[in-house]
Ligand binder design. Sequence first.
Ligand code: PMP
Length: 377
Amino acid sequence: MIYLDYSSTTPISYDVLESFNKVSKEYIGNPNSLHNLGIKAKDLIDTATNQIGELLNISPQEIIYTSGATEANNLALIGVALANQKKGKHIIVSKLEHPSIYKICEYLETLDFKISYVDLTEDGLVDFDDLKKKIKSDTILVSICAVNSETGVRQPLKMIRQIVKKENKSCLIHSDMTQSLGKISLNLKDVDLASFSIHKVYGPKGIGILYKNENVKIIPIIHGSSKKNELHPGTPATPLIAAASKAIRLATQDLDRRETFIKRLNEKIIKELSNYKDIKINKTKYSIPHIINISLMNIKPETFIHAMEEYEIYLGTNTACSSGELSASVMAIYNDKKRASTTIRISLSYLTTTDEINQFLTHFKTVYNKLNTLIAV
Ligand code: PMP
């Protein structure tokens, strides 16, 4: 099997799974219980949370566990909106967000919030002049994805922060950092809130994190009995939290060396695929090397993906959360429907080998040549 859909999800690392199993077996108490077993589980959660705080350079009080990045995005946007609606009801997002952000925005519109979509430059960056123009005195939140999940375009969050805070000091900044963690180094000082998903960093599915600066107030979106975990009530998931801490530690080490290796694989793929007359590479100078997006132009992506599957090669269409639809990100950058409706995503990992890429390119050629003569979109 050749797995090239790492941006959709990653296989759980052996060490992380070991931790998950050990904690599941040995820490059976409810961390909210007062007895010894509860205290033992609570202590483990505190240790794991302190470690995550150190790894992300934030304080443990700023970490809220969620079920994944979708929930973290919901808590951030709805939580900020509800807490700040007396100040204003205007929110700005980019045109390169994950579909979950747009769905949340649709929901907030039903509550009379106004959403603005900031323009992009031709390289896919947030257009600073447009952002400046769109920030008003009633703008309560700007949410900009750190790395776009489809094209890998990375946004300059530090500069975005400077612009936002200069125009409106009290406006908060959220970033969906799901595709950044474990790929690039992050500075959470650039934002007030950030979303993460642990299954993207070789951890288990079912856990995410919302970073919330301790001075930021938000309203919970899930209501329950626990006073300590007011923003995510219920029984804390001890094994998932311990596994998350280990996954983040393993995924954030050696970033530079891993990136150099992935960049080499990326260049090999791009060089080869650039030779195909009808293939367009959806890459700007700000795309990170881990994510390669191409448009097949004359071939339906679903057909191509299933044909590659015959060789046990697994690729992605735009994002797993909106497969089969037009790629909103490619449309936003290139404004070309055909290009946006024929995208596939090849996402790489430090686990990917040169041999896998050689095999991928060989089978790609066979499948492409076969389908290109057979199928017109
Ligand atoms: N945001 C981004 C940028 C993503 O890539 C994803 C996963 N496709 C999500 C949010 C949703 O993450 P989760 O599966 O943890 O809800």
